[in-house]
Ligand binder design. Structure first.
Ligand SMILES: [Cu+2]
Length: 362
């Protein structure tokens, strides 16, 4: 084929193609590459190592390819001009029968060495080195830090997170608090299918497997709200199985834990009091624990004792404001189809009271 027959993509098409990766990332640094804890920093380091190695290798490969193309075209032109192979005086069609050159002169006699070194030894050294660096980096999953502040148990449910602090006597859901700069041991369990615990800015993913306990150590070096997500497809609402890790100064953390360990606050007015009765007398109480008020079946639904202190509802599906709370109770299957909470029929006056009560659980 002659060069003129090759279709070169237009400049516009090339520009569109090149900007595609930017669109895909939304032009923001992906969470995992913006680490805020030692384990995530280690993992991001491995990512950058592999990225730059791959970049340098591909640049060299593309440069060699470019050289080969330019040379081949030069030789082809010379052949055309001379009506044969300019080096050996052979006919023009000695190559592939279409006028392409048979050999590239600068590689002649050097091909074996080039293939062994360029195709075997160099890639071998790079692969072995990066394998060792990756494996030693992955030790962040297995090596317990020297000082561990305490243990939290996180149990995955379809499609929410049960979070328990055995040392503090706290049970909550979908929102985990940790003290800044301290390492926390997290025991990962599952109540049903395989889930995966992932807080990209703090650590890599670790599976939550029914019947076993996996352990991960997380630490945040800066105060902040970190996004977490189930990273193993677990069913219809997998995409809405998210959570928050809130890293705060130790004093704030202790205050939070103390408050969470208390029983639910008493209703402060008649409406809220009626709301509590509605809750206790309805199906809600079969699935949800409100400490001091109701004991739901274990694992049937999130603990609601201090519901009003949480930032989000239903595993980060909704912001926790009264309107959303009402919407959720009326139509959980419309908001999160396939979630394990059924719509419960509550008469409208009762509903207002119920909302008043639940919103007051701070
Ligand atoms: Cu999941």
């Amino acid at each position: 084929m002659k060069m003129s027959q090759v279709r070169v993509p237009s400049r516009k098409a090339a520009a569109a193609l090149l900007s595609l990766p930017l669109l895909l990332t939304g032009c923001e640094m992906p969470f995992a590459l913006d680490p805020r804890g030692p384990a995530a920093a280690e993992i991001a380091g491995i990512w950058w190592l592999l990225f730059w190695t791959a970049t340098v290798v591909s640049m060299i490969v593309f440069a060699l390819l470019g050289v080969a193309i330019v040379r081949a075209r030069a030789i082809a032109r010379e052949q055309d001009a001379a009506g044969g192979d300019p080096r050996e005086g052979k006919p023009a069609d000695v190559g592939d029968g279409h006028g392409a050159p048979a050999r590239v002169s600068w590689l002649e006699g050097r091909t074996t060495g080039f293939v062994i070194i360029g195709g075997g030894i160099i890639p071998g050294v790079i692969l072995i080195a990066t394998t060792f660096m990756t494996l030693s980096g992955l030790a962040v999953f297995d090596t317990p830090p020297e000082d561990v502040a305490f243990t939290v148990t996180v149990r995955g449910h379809m499609f929410w997170w049960e979070i328990e602090y055995p040392d503090h006597g706290v049970v909550t859901a979908n929102e985990m608090h940790i003290p800044v700069g301290q390492s926390v041991r997290v025991e990962l369990e599952s109540a049903d299918v395989i889930h995966s615990f992932w807080v990209p800015q703090l650590h890599g993913k670790l599976e939550m497997v029914p019947g076993r306990t996996n352990v991960i150590y997380i630490q945040a070096d800066e105060a902040g709200v970190y996004f977490g997500k189930c990273a193993e497809f677990c069913g219809q609402q997998h995409a809405n199985m998210e959570f928050l890790v809130i890293a705060e100064p130790e004093g704030d953390f202790e205050a939070w834990a103390e408050r969470q360990a208390e029983d639910a606050p008493e209703p402060t007015d008649a409406l809220a009091e009626r709301g509590r009765d509605v809750f206790v007398d309805s199906q809600c109480a079969l699935c949800h624990t409100i400490r001091g008020v109701s004991t739901g079946a274990p694992g049937a639904g999130p603990d609601l004792t201090h519901l009003g202190t949480r930032r989000t509802l239903a595993a980060r599906t909704l912001v926790n404001v009264r309107g959303n709370l009402g919407g959720w109770i009326l139509d959980p299957q419309g908001i999160k189809p396939g979630s394990r909470m059924p719509a419960v029929n509550v008469p409208s006056e009762d509903f207002i009271a119920l909302l008043e009560y639940l919103d007051g659980l701070r």
